[in-house]
Design a protein around this ligand. Structure first.
Ligand code: GLC
Length: 434
C-alpha cells in the first residue's frame, strides 16, 4: 500500500471520527497547554501525577458514544506535550501506569475494536517533561531567569532516542494501529529561541520505522515531511487544501469549545447544529472531520460533550448516508445548500429554509426521485420548461416565473422538518436525457 489514497480509503469512507484528549492536564482543567501557558516547572508539574485518578474513564462508553454518533474511528492522546504517557512505557515513570496502574491506551484500543472503530493514537513530538528536550519558544521554561543555563546540559539526540523508543512501544504493544497522529513541528525562531523541525525528531527515520512496524498505518503530516493526510485545525477549509497540486487527503480537527483538554471554566461550546453543519461542509469539500472531546479530571465524558455527541447521534441515525461513504458533489454549488454525493445519490443539506421553492442549476432532467432523508417522504420536483401536469398556469401572478433551462425546482413544505439540518436525497438518473 504505497499510495496514500489506498492507505486512507477507510478514513475517507468514514468521514467522521472522535478525538479524545485526556492527560494529566485534565486534572488541572485549564487547557492542555497549561504547563506552557502558566510556565510550570517539571518538579511542580509532575507532582500532579500523584493525584491522577481517572476512575470514571470508561473507554467502552466513549467508543460507544462515537459509534452511535456515526463515527468510524477514534484517536486518543497517548502522550501530549506535557510528556505524561497514558500507556505502559518502560522508558519513563511519568505515566498512567506508574501513577494509577492503568494502561489507558490498552483500554482504549480494546474498546475501539469491540465497537468496530478504527484505532488512532495521537503522539506528541513535543515533551516538556523530558530532561533532554531543549528549551524552545513554547517550552514552559522559556521565560525562566536561568533558562540559558537550564538549557545548557540538554541533548536533543538523547530525547530523540526516547521519542523513537516510545513510538516503537506504541506500535509493537497494542496490535494493529490504524492511524498515528504525530504533533507537531515548528521550525521557526521566535523570541530569541529556536523552534523544532524534522531534523530534531529525525522525521524521516521515524516515518520509516512507523511504516516498517505497521505497514498499513495512516500517518498525518505534522512530522514536517509529507504524510498520508493533511490536518488543518480549528477552521473550516472552504475547499480541499493544496487543491492546485496533487489531490491531498485531508482531515480537519475541531474542538467543542476551543480547548482540546478539559477546560472547566470555558463554556464557549459550539451548538450541535453548528457541529452538523461543520461536518457536512467538510464532506462537501472532500474532507474528513475529527471532532474532539475533553474528558474531565476523573476521565468521564463531560455533560456538554456527551450531549453534543447524543445530538450528533440523533441526526446521524437518520442522515448517515449523506456523510459516510459520501464526498464532494459533481454539481455546482447553490447558496445555502451544502451538497454531498454518494454514487448516484445527491444530498442537499438545507442551511436555511426558503418559501416553497428551491431552484438548482444543472439538475433539470437529471433526477428520477426526490425525498427527505429523515422520513423518506417524497418532495416533488419540476424541471424548467416542463410544468407539472394539471397545474394551472393561467394564474401567472401566483406561479413562480420560469427558471433558466436546465434548472430543477424542488417544492418544499412550508414547515421545516424538525431536524438539526434537513436533507433532501436526490436519486440521479443514470445519464442526462438526450
Ligand atoms: C495542536 C495543539 C494541541 C492539540 C492539537 C490537536 O497542535 O498543540 O494541544 O492537541 O493541536 O490537533
Amino acid at each position: 500500500m504505497a499510495d496514500p489514497q489506498d492507505r486512507t480509503a477507510w478514513l475517507r469512507q468514514a468521514r467522521f471520527g472522535l478525538f479524545v484528549h485526556v492527560g494529566l492536564y485534565s486534572t488541572l482543567a485549564r487547557h492542555e497547554w497549561v504547563m506552557s501557558n502558566e510556565r510550570i516547572g517539571v518538579e511542580e508539574y509532575q507532582r500532579y501525577a500523584d493525584f491522577f485518578d481517572p476512575d470514571r474513564f470508561d473507554a467502552r462508553t466513549i467508543a460507544r458514544a462515537a459509534r452511535q454518533a456515526g463515527m468510524g474511528y477514534a484517536v486518543l492522546t497517548a502522550k501530549h506535550h506535557e510528556g505524561f504517557a497514558l500507556f505502559d512505557t518502560h522508558l519513563s515513570d511519568f505515566s498512567s501506569m506508574a501513577a494509577c496502574g492503568r494502561d489507558l491506551v490498552a483500554e482504549f484500543v480494546a474498546a475501539c475494536r469491540e465497537e468496530g472503530l478504527k484505532v488512532g493514537l495521537y503522539y506528541s513530538l513535543i515533551d516538556w517533561h523530558h530532561p533532554d528536550f531543549t528549551i524552545d519558544h513554547q517550552h514552559p521554561l522559556r521565560d525562566h531567569p536561568d533558562a540559558a543555563a537550564l538549557d545548557a546540559g540538554r541533548d536533543i539526540s538523547r530525547y530523540r532516542t526516547f521519542l523513537h523508543g516510545q513510538v516503537r512501544e506504541l506500535l509493537t504493544g497494542y496490535g494493529p494501529i490504524d492511524y498515528l497522529f504525530y504533533d507537531f513541528t515548528y521550525p521557526w525562531q521566535k523570541d530569541g529561541w529556536a523552534g523544532k523541525g524534522p531534523q530534531d525528531w529525525d522525521s524521516d527515520g521515524l516515518l520509516a520505522m512507523t511504516r516498517d512496524l505497521q505497514p498499513g498505518v495512516v500517518v498525518n503530516d505534522r512530522l514536517g515531511i509529507p504524510g498520508d493526510v493533511v490536518t488543518p485545525e480549528q477552521y473550516q477549509p472552504a475547499a480541499s487544501p493544496g487543491q492546485d497540486g496533487p489531490t491531498l487527503v485531508w482531515e480537519v480537527c475541531h474542538t467543542m469549545n476551543g480547548s482540546w483538554g478539559y477546560d472547566r471554566d470555558n463554556q464557549a461550546f459550539k451548538p450541535p447544529d453548528l457541529l452538523v453543519r461543520m461536518l457536512v461542509e467538510t464532506v462537501a469539500a472532500g474532507g474528513t472531520m475529527l471532532l474532539n472531546v475533553g474528558p474531565d479530571g476523573r476521565g468521564a465524558l463531560t455533560a456538554q460533550d456527551a450531549a453534543s455527541l447524543r445530538a450528533l447521534a440523533e441526526w446521524m441515525s437518520l442522515h448517515r448516508q449523506s456523510v459516510v461513504g459520501a464526498g464532494a458533489a459533481d454539481f455546482r454549488r447553490t447558496h445555502g445548500v451544502v451538497m454531498t454525493q454518494r454514487a448516484d445519490r445527491l444530498y442537499l443539506h438545507l442551511l436555511h429554509w426558503p418559501l416553497k421553492h428551491l431552484h438548482l442549476a444543472d439538475l433539470g432532467g437529471r433526477v428520477a426521485f426526490a425525498r427527505f432523508l429523515h422520513d423518506g417522504s417524497q418532495v416533488r420536483t419540476r424541471s424548467s420548461g416542463a410544468p407539472r401536469a394539471g397545474e394551472n398556469y393561467q394564474l401567472a401572478h401566483i406561479t413562480p416565473g420560469e427558471q433558466p433551462p436546465g434548472t430543477l425546482t424542488i417544492e418544499l413544505p412550508v414547515v421545516r422538518p424538525d431536524v438539526a439540518v434537513p436533507v433532501i436525497e436526490l436519486f440521479l438518473r443514470q445519464s442526462p436525457p438526450g
